[in-house]
Design a protein around this ligand. Structure first.
Ligand code: SF4
Length: 421
């Protein structure tokens, strides 16, 4: 959106600089996200009383009328309408400040517009490339398919050009994102898939790491597994959402896999990739989750080699199937289960990081450093943050770092001088 608007002569300024227009990109994934959306809108209206407030994103898409009815909102723009933002803004700025306008189109048949492919100017080390949007699934707890529509992918040639441009502009790592990333290519003509895309991108000269955002276990096909476990460019870190270790709950969540399938994928990855970074999301307290279901989740987590977990206490999302399911789990029980799972995850994470001590690793030095110590901070291929002293010109480059300590939140290390450069 920023690139689109800048191409039309708009310039981004901080909110405190009383802008003419404030664009708020909302999230609707949880009730808490909506709360912070509301807060952001109120803050914009307060700090920029003469400016026009434009609200877009997933909350605008799913609840356009509700958003328009909030005081201070001038324009509501749906997700498929974002490419029209420059025209919509031009109209808004020339018209009277009357009732809020709503430009929210139906997502059926929406296309995915490529984002401006020029190098990012934000100085980040890693570049994010969205290859797919929308979701083919209907998980019972999730509002995303209503906010993003059906799965749609970008053309592989276009993505290859975009990634090459980003690597040439100095991004050693590319993170591929998508809501239903594993579905990549199934909507394209000719049909293609994620394995084919990764094969193509991994061959780009100068790319150190190609990292995947989140991938459902059902998408790990044999060709994909072969590529992921063999390519030195694919980061040895996968985020494979689990949500529950109970098959009964997975069915009720309408997740498209079983625990056996999950275990098979993880064991295959971990067997082939030493020191695999493995993350997962887990929901605790989904309606109907009995003590035995939670015990199954905890048991699965204990036996698989997770390096980190994101634990989410279940919260009801209006408009989803799960919102009307019976078997609410009492809040205190949910909190206790979340605590126990987080504790188990912290133990595993610590053991994982301690196993890295004494190793020399390629580390992508991030643009932001450690504020307190003034050290550089980098990310290993398997997604561990390491802080170490080093020269400023290493920022955004790949360094060789000896990991010396993993006791704190962030591992510590020192430059491996013998191999530096
Ligand atoms: S896979 Fe399920 S949880 Fe993920 S976006 Fe699609 S519907 Fe939501």
């Amino acid at each position: 959106m920023q690139a689109l608007l800048e191409a039309r002569g708009f310039r981004a300024v901080p909110l405190e600089a009383t802008p003419d227009v404030v664009v708020i990109n909302t999230c609707t994934v949880t009730a808490r996200a909506e709360l912070s959306d509301r807060r952001a809108i109120r803050r914009a209206a307060r700090l920029s009383p003469g400016g026009r407030v434009v609200v877009t994103g997933c909350w605008a898409q799913t609840n356009g009328a509700e958003v328009a009815a909030l005081g201070g909102v001038d324009l509501v723009v749906g997700n498929a309408d974002k490419p029209r933002l420059p025209e919509l803004l031009a109209d808004l700025l020339t018209g009277d400040r009357a009732a809020p306008r709503v430009a929210v189109s139906d997502l059926a048949g929406a296309r995915l517009e490529p984002v401006a492919s020029g190098p990012r100017t934000d100085g980040r080390s890693r570049a994010f490339v969205k290859v797919q949007d929308g979701c083919q699934h209907r998980c019972a707890f999730c509002i995303v398919p209503f906010a993003r529509g059906a799965s749609r992918s970008l053309d592989p040639k276009l993505l290859e050009d975009q990634v090459r441009g980003l690597v040439e502009a100095g991004h050693p790592e590319i993170l591929l994102t998508g809501v239903d990333l594993g579905h990549y290519g199934a909507d394209l003509l000719p049909r293609t898939d994620l394995a084919a895309l990764l094969g193509r991108l991994a061959a780009i000269d100068g790319l150190r790491w190609l990292r995947l955002s989140s991938l459902l276990p059902a998408y790990f096909s044999e060709p994909l597994l072969e590529l992921l476990t063999a390519s030195p460019v694919i980061a040895p870190h996968f985020h494979v959402p689990l949500q529950s270790g109970s098959d009964r709950i997975l069915r009720s969540m309408r997740r498209p896999y079983t625990t056996a399938m999950y275990r098979r994928v993880v064991e295959r990855l971990a067997g082939a990739i030493p020191r695999l970074g493995l993350g997962a999301d887990v929901i605790v307290g989904f309606p109907g989750e009995a003590a035995a279901d939670f015990a199954a989740t905890l048991g699965l987590v204990e036996t698989l080699p997770f390096s980190y977990l994101h634990v989410f206490p279940y919260s009801t999302r209006r408009g989803t199937e799960a919102a009307v399911l019976p078997g609410r789990v009492e809040a205190g029980v949910v909190a206790e289960r979340a605590r126990r799972l987080r504790q188990a995850a912290a133990r595993k994470s610590r053991a994982f990081r301690e196993a890295m001590v004494g190793r020399v690793e390629d580390v992508l030095v991030l643009a932001r450093g450690d504020r307190r110590e003034g050290d550089l901070v980098g990310l290993t291929g398997n997604y561990i943050e390491v802080a170490f002293p080093g020269p400023e010109d290493l920022r955004r480059r790949v360094a060789r770092v000896l990991v010396t300590d993993a006791r704190g939140e962030r591992a510590r290390g020192m430059l491996d001088e013998t191999l530096a450069g």
